[in-house]
Each structure stands twice: as structure tokens, then as C-alpha cells.
Design a protein around this ligand. Structure first.
Ligand code: TYM
Length: 334
């Protein structure tokens, strides 16, 4: 089986963009691949985090993995910081990664612009830690949303560079993982602006539907979301970005193609469509939320799953670390 590796940041609570871009694919392909999924708490601290908030968001994300259908008997789930090798490999890769490669990263440039003078070295190094997350497990495939594409290209470049510098007698040390990006839902847009990505870090909570939003919140957010004054609900990415995005979300949550959803909604008014979309979202999210709240009420099960996950992940990670350090010339302890 090919190995799949992916993660989410606990920098807030997961939204339907994270679900449609990443988690849903993880669940759908769970039987096809060998899977490792993790909550990347070390990535979260590249921007300021409140300690209590970080702990809660970390456990919340892990519980959502399970609530959304990740089955611990089929997939390994864990918290990134519980496997120390991520940080160790990050340092080793830092030393072979040119600064210029990181300076080109769009996400860094965007986040750095917002933060002004307080940008941390960690934020700059974020993509190398991500490379470590992936290369540590010799991943074949990385299911992510479109915003991670550039990071994935960098991971491949780092892998190639390491192999060419240290691969002995043409034997590769790292695989070159490929991104797995779903066409239709790889970029879910914000509710208040159909031209910007739905994001955990937007200060406006009304710009996103969180997976854990209760029914009345979903209803209110859809009621208030940005619309337009055209007739009918049709897809028109350039002329009607908000309409296209909402139709796409509706299609995804009702398991239809965009064309099928369009056929149903073409003649509708905004009022009719919003009601349909609201009902579909609430119905879809309800069982996930019920399962989530059960898991959070009695956390010992969740913590046990995470503990076993990190033990298994560590055993794979240690093998890679041993190989990498050996290639680089570190003296072993035995
Ligand atoms: P993060 O936490 O921002 O997002 C988690 C996943 O959700 C996808 N995503 C979206 N997909 C569609 N539409 C959107 N609006 C949307 N917003 C987010 C992201 O592409 C991602 O797949 N750097 C990563 C976390 C990470 C990681 C890794 C991922 C760290 N190490 C190793 C894969 C493998 C991130 O910030 O994702």
C-alpha cells in the first residue's frame, strides 16, 4: 500500500474548507492507503498562541479526525510534538535548505506582511518543518488543499537535494512525495468574499462555517453571507465568485457534481437556495458534532488513541532518523 501523510494546524477550529480540502479525502481513501494523520502543534506556534487555547484546539482537532470518520484501526493519528523526530529532522534539513527557497514561499510572505516586525524565525522555517513531517515517514502521497501546493513542491526539492548530497551509491534516502489535491474542493472560499480563501485565521468568524458551529450559527452565517443581485443560482467563477463557491459547497455536502447541483438550483432565488444550503450543512454536520462531543466528554479514549499513534509513528520516524544521520556522518551510540 502507498503511504499517505497529512496534518492540520490547531491555530483555531477546523472549518468546512479544511474538511472538504483535506479531511474528507483522508476518510474516503482510508482503506486504499496506509495513513498517518497528525495535529501540527509545533507549526501552530510559529505565530503567537495562547497556551490554553493551543491545548484545546489541539485536542479538538484530534477529536474531529475521529468524529469525521478516521478509524484508528486503519489510520495512525497523533500529535506532532509527541514525536520528537520531527524537530530533529527539521534541524538536519535546515542545514541543507537554501534560504532563498524559503524566501519565495507565498504563505510566508503573506503572513510576514501581516505581522510586521514580530515575525519569528520559526515562521520562516515553517516549510522545512513541514518537509520533516512528510519525509520522516517516507510518504508517497500528501492529501491537501491547493494552498499547500507550493509547500509540497519545496518538500520535493528538499528531498531531491538531500538525496543528491548524501544518497550513497545512487541509493535514495528520501522518497519524493506527491500532493493529492481534489479538483472541485481544493479551494473553498470565504463567505464574506468569494475571491479569498476560507481561513482559520481570519478575524471575522462569519467568513467561515466551522465544523462545530451549532445549527443556529450555521443558519445565521448563511443568512448573512455575501451574495449578488443576479437571477438564479449558477456557477460563474469570474462573474459570480460567491455564488459559485456556495453552489460548490452545496454540491460537496450533498454528494453531487457541480453540474447536478446547478441543474437543481438554476431557477432558485437566493432565499430558496440559502435555505437548501443551510439544511444540507446542518444535516451533514450534526452526526459529526454528536460524535465529537462524546469524545470530548470522556477524553481518556482520545488520549489513548493519540498515545498509541505517537508510539507507532515514532518507531517509523526513528528508522528514518537513523538512516539520515548515518548518511550525514554522525557517530552512532552503539
Ligand atoms: P492548515 O491547517 O492550514 O489546513 C489543513 C488542511 O486544510 C486545507 N485547507 C483548505 N482546503 C480547501 N479550502 C480551503 N479554504 C482550505 N483551507 C485549508 C489545507 O490545504 C490543508 O490540507 N501546512 C499545513 C499543515 C501541515 C501539513 C504537514 C500538511 C503541516 N505539516 C504535512 C500536510 C503534510 C497547514 O497549514 O494546513
Amino acid at each position: 500500500k502507498l503511504r499517505v501523510v497529512s496534518g492540520v494546524q490547531p491555530t483555531g477550529y477546523l472549518h468546512i474548507g479544511n474538511y472538504l480540502g483535506a479531511l474528507r479525502q483522508w476518510v474516503l481513501n482510508q482503506d486504499k492507503y496506509e495513513n498517518l494523520f497528525f495535529v501540527v502543534d509545533l507549526h501552530a506556534i510559529t505565530v503567537p498562541q495562547d497556551p490554553k487555547g493551543l491545548a484545546d484546539a489541539t485536542l479538538s482537532a484530534a477529536a474531529l479526525f475521529l468524529a469525521c470518520g478516521i478509524d484508528p484501526s486503519k489510520s495512525t493519528i497523533f500529535i506532532q510534538s509527541h514525536v520528537k523526530a520531527h524537530v530533529e529532522l527539521c534541524w538536519l534539513l535546515n542545514c541543507i535548505t537554501p534560504m532563498g527557497w524559503l524566501e519565495r514561499m507565498i504563505q510566508f510572505k503573506e503572513k510576514a506582511r501581516k505581522q510586521g516586525e514580530n515575525v519569528s524565525v520559526g515562521l520562516f522555517d515553517y516549510p522545512v518543518l513541514m518537509a520533516s513531517d512528510i519525509l520522516l515517514y517516507q510518504a508517497d502521497l500528501v492529501p491537501v488543499g491547493e494552498d499547500q501546493q507550493q509547500h509540497l513542491e519545496l518538500v520535493r526539492s528538499i528531498s531531491k537535494r538531500f538525496n543528491s548530497l548524501y544518497g550513497k551509491k545512487k541509493k535514495v534516502v528520501f522518497k519524493e512525495p506527491k500532493p493529492l489535491i481534489q479538483d472541485s474542493t481544493s479551494r473553498i472560499m470565504a463567505l464574506d468574499d468569494g475571491t479569498s480563501k476560507m481561513s482559520k485565521s481570519s478575524p471575522n468568524d462569519n467568513s467561515r462555517i466551522n465544523i462545530l458551529d451549532p445549527p443556529d450559527t450555521v443558519k445565521r452565517k448563511i443568512q448573512r453571507c455575501k451574495t449578488d443581485s443576479f437571477m438564479g443560482i449558477v456557477s460563474d467563477p469570474v462573474g459570480r465568485p460567491e455564488c459559485t463557491n456556495l453552489l460548490n459547497i452545496y454540491a460537496a455536502f450533498t454528494d453531487q457534481s457541480l453540474a447536478q447541483a446547478e441543474a437543481t438550483c438554476r431557477e432558485m432565488s437566493w432565499g430558496q437556495f440559502k435555505k437548501l444550503l443551510t439544511d444540507a450543512l446542518i444535516a451533514y454536520l450534526e452526526p459529526i458534532q454528536t460524535k465529537y462531543h462524546e469524545l470530548r466528554k470522556e477524553e481518556s479514549y482520545l488520549k489513548q488513541v493519540l498515545k498509541e499513534g505517537s508510539e507507532y509513528a515514532s518507531s517509523i520516524a526513528q528508522e528514518t532518523i537513523g538512516k539520515v544521520k548515518d548518511c550525514m556522518g554522525f557517530v552512532g551510540t552503539d
